[in-house]
Design a protein around this ligand. Structure first.
Ligand SMILES: [Zn+2]
Length: 123
Protein backbone atom coordinates (compact mmCIF):
# COMPACT_ATOMS: atom_id res chain seq x y z
CA UNK A 1 0.00 0.00 0.00
CA UNK A 2 1.04 3.54 -0.68
CA UNK A 3 2.20 5.72 2.19
CA UNK A 4 1.38 8.83 0.23
CA UNK A 5 -1.13 10.86 2.27
CA UNK A 6 -2.95 12.05 -0.86
CA UNK A 7 -3.40 8.73 -2.66
CA UNK A 8 -6.53 6.76 -1.80
CA UNK A 9 -8.40 9.45 0.14
CA UNK A 10 -11.12 8.30 2.52
CA UNK A 11 -14.61 9.03 1.25
CA UNK A 12 -15.39 11.24 4.24
CA UNK A 13 -12.33 13.41 3.51
CA UNK A 14 -13.51 14.32 0.02
CA UNK A 15 -15.37 17.62 -0.31
CA UNK A 16 -15.73 17.47 -4.10
CA UNK A 17 -14.37 15.26 -6.82
CA UNK A 18 -14.40 14.73 -10.55
CA UNK A 19 -12.67 12.15 -12.72
CA UNK A 20 -9.23 13.80 -12.34
CA UNK A 21 -9.04 15.43 -8.93
CA UNK A 22 -10.61 15.93 -5.55
CA UNK A 23 -10.76 18.61 -2.89
CA UNK A 24 -10.22 18.15 0.84
CA UNK A 25 -9.54 20.37 3.82
CA UNK A 26 -5.87 20.91 4.62
CA UNK A 27 -4.91 18.97 7.76
CA UNK A 28 -2.92 21.97 9.03
CA UNK A 29 -5.01 24.91 7.83
CA UNK A 30 -3.34 28.29 7.40
CA UNK A 31 -6.78 29.90 7.75
CA UNK A 32 -10.32 28.63 8.39
CA UNK A 33 -11.51 26.79 5.26
CA UNK A 34 -8.05 26.12 3.75
CA UNK A 35 -8.65 23.51 1.01
CA UNK A 36 -6.32 21.40 -1.14
CA UNK A 37 -7.12 20.39 -4.72
CA UNK A 38 -5.35 17.11 -5.47
CA UNK A 39 -5.13 14.98 -8.63
CA UNK A 40 -6.07 11.30 -8.26
CA UNK A 41 -2.96 10.45 -10.29
CA UNK A 42 0.17 10.30 -8.14
CA UNK A 43 2.90 12.56 -9.51
CA UNK A 44 5.19 15.13 -7.93
CA UNK A 45 5.55 18.04 -10.27
CA UNK A 46 2.67 20.41 -11.06
CA UNK A 47 4.41 21.29 -14.34
CA UNK A 48 3.91 17.69 -15.47
CA UNK A 49 0.13 18.04 -15.25
CA UNK A 50 -1.72 17.23 -18.46
CA UNK A 51 -3.88 19.91 -20.04
CA UNK A 52 -6.92 17.84 -19.02
CA UNK A 53 -5.72 17.86 -15.41
CA UNK A 54 -5.08 21.62 -15.57
CA UNK A 55 -8.65 22.13 -16.82
CA UNK A 56 -9.96 19.97 -13.99
CA UNK A 57 -7.90 21.94 -11.42
CA UNK A 58 -9.19 25.26 -12.71
CA UNK A 59 -12.76 24.02 -12.49
CA UNK A 60 -12.31 22.63 -8.99
CA UNK A 61 -10.47 25.69 -7.64
CA UNK A 62 -13.48 27.71 -8.79
CA UNK A 63 -15.82 25.20 -7.15
CA UNK A 64 -13.83 25.62 -3.89
CA UNK A 65 -14.12 29.40 -4.18
CA UNK A 66 -17.91 29.22 -4.61
CA UNK A 67 -18.17 26.79 -1.69
CA UNK A 68 -15.96 28.93 0.57
CA UNK A 69 -17.76 32.14 -0.42
CA UNK A 70 -21.00 30.53 0.76
CA UNK A 71 -19.68 28.80 3.89
CA UNK A 72 -16.82 31.01 5.14
CA UNK A 73 -17.41 34.44 3.54
CA UNK A 74 -13.72 35.27 3.10
CA UNK A 75 -12.52 38.68 1.93
CA UNK A 76 -9.89 37.32 -0.47
CA UNK A 77 -7.90 34.26 -1.54
CA UNK A 78 -4.38 33.03 -2.08
CA UNK A 79 -4.08 30.13 -4.53
CA UNK A 80 -0.72 28.47 -4.90
CA UNK A 81 1.39 25.39 -5.51
CA UNK A 82 4.75 24.47 -4.00
CA UNK A 83 6.91 22.83 -6.66
CA UNK A 84 10.12 21.19 -5.42
CA UNK A 85 11.82 21.10 -2.01
CA UNK A 86 13.47 24.48 -2.60
CA UNK A 87 9.98 25.96 -2.88
CA UNK A 88 8.83 24.23 0.28
CA UNK A 89 7.05 21.21 -1.20
CA UNK A 90 6.84 18.58 1.55
CA UNK A 91 4.26 16.11 0.20
CA UNK A 92 5.41 14.84 -3.19
CA UNK A 93 1.97 14.45 -4.68
CA UNK A 94 0.75 17.56 -6.49
CA UNK A 95 -1.66 19.72 -4.46
CA UNK A 96 -3.00 23.21 -4.97
CA UNK A 97 -3.66 25.33 -1.90
CA UNK A 98 -6.86 27.37 -1.90
CA UNK A 99 -6.43 29.64 1.11
CA UNK A 100 -9.31 31.92 2.04
CA UNK A 101 -8.19 35.22 3.54
CA UNK A 102 -9.95 37.43 6.00
CA UNK A 103 -9.51 41.11 6.59
CA UNK A 104 -7.30 41.52 9.65
CA UNK A 105 -6.02 37.89 9.62
CA UNK A 106 -2.53 39.37 9.58
CA UNK A 107 -1.32 42.86 10.30
CA UNK A 108 -0.26 43.82 6.79
CA UNK A 109 -1.18 41.35 4.05
CA UNK A 110 0.44 43.41 1.26
CA UNK A 111 2.47 41.25 -1.10
CA UNK A 112 0.47 38.04 -0.53
CA UNK A 113 2.32 35.06 -2.02
CA UNK A 114 5.44 37.23 -2.22
CA UNK A 115 5.59 36.33 1.48
CA UNK A 116 7.11 32.94 0.58
CA UNK A 117 10.32 34.88 1.19
CA UNK A 118 9.17 36.89 4.20
CA UNK A 119 11.75 39.67 3.94
CA UNK A 120 10.64 40.35 0.35
CA UNK A 121 6.88 40.31 0.91
CA UNK A 122 6.39 43.99 1.69
CA UNK A 123 7.86 46.26 -0.96
ZN1 LIG B 1 0.15 10.10 -3.90
Amino acid sequence: MSKCPFCDPKKEEILFSNVYCYARYDGYPVSPGHILVIPFRHYEDYFESSSTELDAFREMVLQCKCFLDATHHPDGYNVGVNIGPAAGQSVFHVHIHVIPRYEGDMENPKGGVRGVIPAKRVY
